[in-house]
Design a protein around this ligand. Structure first.
Ligand SMILES: C[S@@+](CC[C@H](N)C(=O)[O-])C[C@H]1O[C@@H](n2cnc3c(N)ncnc32)[C@H](O)[C@@H]1O
Length: 390
């Protein structure tokens, strides 16, 4: 498997093993229930915090959602997006040693990420998954890193999220997207357990009811399919007596017995004329959710303006945080990758969007179930809580 090399790599690949265990200090005046009884926010560097949490949550987390610094080089945000804060400089100096003085920002980012991802891997349950948001600055490097830390066969999907709907007039290319990269320790198992997404209004609107069918809106699914199979080439007679055969080079999608069942149940459809190509009615009420795809439009997953509005509404327009994610984006990940009762972890919490998304999903769950089962955020780990509170 090809691997990525950078200055400082040797010093960091086993560093997570050397990080000492710490005890977390409870701050009762900031808590709202018994320590250890539910959601958790840990303030501090995530390397130390993750190591402190590991004995409690190793192998138990169903979904890790992280949005690490993108490494844009911007040093003026609530956090340093050039991997150049005094704390990270000190850590790099101690960990990488003399070689650390020559690191560029990509080396620094990789040194920072490797041991943190190595620790995060330990938290995942076998059927769990990890989702990482990034943009063009480091996505290519992250793919190599994730292949190495999670395993090349652990890749699930690289989602392109339409993070912006407006265009920059002064750019050579106006960038409209970010990425969300997903891995799972057992992608095959994950595939069978992951959830489908609910249909949006546009998708649901494809189901109509022109004939006032009492079963509600439906859409016609053609009965023909690619390839040729002798037992799938039987003739079908339309209500007007016309004989229909599969189109040239195709066959029917299922057997004659199955077609007869479609006819018996009143689902056969031959177009408005009544003697068109055979199809069957799929009712909206019976249609399962849709398989997630790798293109997430801003209509479905939100956008960065929406994220700013959400955070400004919470902090009464005083939030000095430039890079929040919209809750709809994180909710979409959680919809696919979690079920009630699961544990969720975010170790680059920022303004706390992952926690917000989990609370929103819990609230929706409580509204619909007699005995609500809640998701828990194992931990949101922040080093810049104070910048939001200020
Ligand atoms: C891109 S922002 C995350 C934004 C977040 N998803 C939101 O919606 O608000 C990255 C966050 O990671 C935090 N961070 C960077 N290095 C960290 C570290 N070593 N430990 C803990 N947090 C860190 C930064 O302070 C920043 O808040």
């Amino acid at each position: 498997m090809p691997t990525l090399n950078w200055i400082g790599k040797e010093a960091v690949i086993n560093h997570h093993l050397d990080v000492p265990f710490h005890l977390l200090k409870d701050v009762p005046e900031l808590g709202c229930s018994d320590p250890g009884s539910g959601n958790l926010i840990v303030e501090g560097d995530n390397l130390l915090a993750l190591k402190a949490l590991l004995p409690y949550y190793k192998g138990k987390v169903k979904c890790i959602c992280i949005d690490p610094p993108y490494n844009t080089g911007n040093e003026g945000w609530a956090y340093n997006d050039n991997v150049n804060s005094p704390a990270i400089r000190k850590w790099l100096g101690e960990t990488v040693g003399k070689e650390g003085e020559t690191l560029d920002r990509h080396d620094r980012w990789l040194c920072m990420m490797y041991p943190r991802l190595a620790l995060l891997r330990e938290f995942l349950s076998e059927d769990g998954s990890i989702w990482v948001c990034l943009d063009d600055n480091e996505i290519h490097a992250l793919r190599y890193l994730m292949n190495e830390v999670m395993g090349a066969n652990a890749f699930v999907a690289q989602i392109c999220w339409e993070s912006r709907y407006s265009r920059s007039s002064d750019a050579s290319f106006s960038v409209s997207h970010n990425f969300v990269l997903g891995y799972s320790p057992s992608p095959e198992r994950w595939k069978h357990k992951r959830n489908r997404l609910s249909r949006n209004d546009e998708q649901a609107a494809q189901y109509k009811n022109p004939d006032h069918d009492p079963n509600g809106p439906w859409r016609a699914i053609p009965w023909d399919a690619p390839n040729i199979r002798p037992n799938l080439e039987y003739p079908i007679v339309t209500p007007t007596g016309k004989l229909r055969k599969p189109p040239q080079g195709r066959c029917w999608s299922r057997t004659e017995d199955q077609w007869n069942e479609i006819v018996r149940s009143g689902r056969a459809y031959f177009g408005r004329s009544g003697d068109g190509a055979p199809s069957f009615k799929q009712y909206l009420s019976e249609a399962s959710g849709i398989v997630p795809n790798t293109w997430w439009s801003h209509e479905d997953a939100g956008h960065t303006d929406e994220a700013q509005k959400e955070i400004q509404d919470i902090f009464l327009r005083k939030a000095g945080f430039a890079t929040p994610k919209p809750t709809r984006l994180i909710e979409r990940i959680l919809q696919i990758a979690t079920n009630p009762g699961d544990l969720v972890l975010d170790s680059f919490a920022g303004s706390g969007t992952t926690g917000h998304a989990v609370l929103k999903m819990n609230a929706a769950q409580q509204g619909s179930a007699d005995t609500p089962v809640v998701f828990h955020v194992v931990a949101l780990i922040c080093i810049h809580l104070q910048s939001l509170a200020a």
